[in-house]
Design a protein around this ligand. Structure first.
Ligand code: CA
Length: 438
């Protein structure tokens, strides 16, 4: 087989559905996920290609994968592969690109062996891609932080620490769910307007947050740190992430220790992990800080991060209400933003997290924080879009929304597109709101 660059936009697959201009999963993407099928209920990992999944367990057992990665490819989750580190990820990606490329897998006999490992995407039930030991959520968009600060506090909207320290909190991995899992409206303590005593009941201000989730690769030993120059190589890949948030519960409980029950009832992620290697053509300079802002401290500064720490990823939120669904209407796009607007890069988040010796492990998940830009149509949550409910949205069918109603489905989508590169997609992160438990 020929060895060809996996990101070469000119390359095509012998699987025609992977060459469709609209597919999220062309030969240049090769994202990893975990799945099962009705025919085979065993959880296993695979690679999305066009409208198929290449079953990595089957491919390993068929002797199609390099010996160094084949054992990890027979796991039910991605953690073992994540733990192998960047050189092994490259080896596997290169082999997969060869096996699925029209120019590199010419022998009919070889194609037949690969075809035997393909499963239709529509026949698969997607599962959480990794066993997530720890989940941390950051707050890396200065536009989001500025808007939220302006709504919740008098005085300067950004707190004095924001431009120095990547702010985050420890989330809850037990309530992480994969796209398609319904989310029940939570109940909690809420302080009604003009009241001094809280009530307990279903949240009236249920919201989504558009985020990117980054999976940690091999991680660091307890007591050690991860230099920023090495951080990008420690990130395995990214998913779409919806940090469901109950704003009325949040505003009562968050002081002084930050988010708690307002956010830990559910967090939804998309099933396909897009690797940093697939995203290499879409790396851009880190967000240009205004000249009046402080430079990052030395441990958060690196020429490589400044030059290529950002990611040019378009991220969107779509809404489908019960009325729209009943009328057969398509989902409506609420916002569109870009990840290159984030004040802190993914590498800076990772390095900061480990800077005190906190050990990050393969499969740990880092949420970016809500992805918002400077324009109103790039605000990544309803809190910002409706300015805490004061400016309701009007949907094309005339319905209004301050926050989410029961039956509403939130759909996050994302893609990367630049001249000289093949467009790749992140798939979808969907969740429908169920009524509160009675
Ligand atoms: Ca968040």
């Amino acid at each position: 087989m020929l060895s060809l660059p996996a990101n070469d936009p000119a390359r095509r697959s012998w699987l025609e559905s992977a060459n469709d201009a609209a597919t999220d999963f062309p030969l240049q993407n090769l994202p990893y996920g975990a799945f099962r099928t009705e025919a085979d209920a065993g959880a296993r990992i695979g690679v999305a290609i066009g409208d198929r999944i290449l079953d990595l367990r089957a491919a390993a057992q068929a002797g199609l994968l390099p010996a160094g990665v084949a054992p990890a490819c027979q796991s039910s989750v991605l953690n073992a592969l994540m733990a192998l580190g960047a050189p092994a990820w490259s080896t596997l990606r290169q082999r997969l690109s060869e096996l699925l490329g029209a120019d590199s897998c010419p022998a009919v006999a070889m194609r037949t062996r690969v075809e035997a490992c393909l499963v239709p995407l529509r026949a698969a039930t997607m599962l959480l891609p990794a066993a997530v030991g720890d989940y941390t959520d950051f707050y890396a968009s200065s536009f989001h932080a500025t808007n939220v600060g302006a709504m919740f506090r008098p005085g300067p909207p950004l707190l004095p620490n924001y431009k120095w320290v990547p702010v985050g909190y420890h989330g809850r991995s037990s309530s992480l769910v994969v796209s398609g899992t319904p989310v029940r409206r939570p109940c909690g303590q809420i302080l009604p307007a003009d009241a001094t005593v809280p009530v307990v009941g279903p949240t009236q201000n249920l919201d989504y947050e558009l985020e990117l989730g980054a999976f940690v690769g091999s991680g660091n030993q307890h007591g050690e740190s991860i230099p920023l120059a090495q951080a990008a190589g420690q990130l395995f890949g990214v998913v779409l992430l919806n940090d469901w948030s109950a704003r009325d519960i949040q505003s009562w409980e968050y002081q002084p220790l930050g988010p708690f029950l307002a956010k830990n009832f559910a967090t939804t992620i998309s099933p396909w992990v897009i690797t940093l290697e697939a995203l290499a053509p879409f790396r851009v300079p880190a967000f240009p800080r205004p000249a009046t802002d402080p430079a990052p401290l030395p441990y958060l500064s690196d020429p490589g991060n400044a030059a290529l720490g950002g990611l040019d990823l378009t991220l969107e939120v779509w809404l489908l209400t019960p009325r729209m669904r009943a009328a057969g209407a398509a989902p409506h796009r609420l916002s569109s933003g870009n990840f290159q607007k984030m004040y802190w890069t993914l590498a800076q988040l990772l390095t900061h997290h480990a800077s005190n010796g906190c050990n990050l492990r393969p499969g740990d998940l880092l949420g970016s924080g809500t992805v918002s830009g400077e324009t109103k149509d790039s605000r990544g949550c309803l809190l910002e879009l409706t300015w805490r409910g004061a400016e309701p949205l009007t949907l094309p069918n005339g319905e209004a929304r301050r926050f989410l109603h029961d039956g509403d489905e939130v759909i996050l989508r994302g893609h990367a597109e630049r001249p000289g590169a093949r467009r790749i997609g992140l798939g979808e992160c969907r969740g429908i709101v169920l009524p509160a438990a009675t």
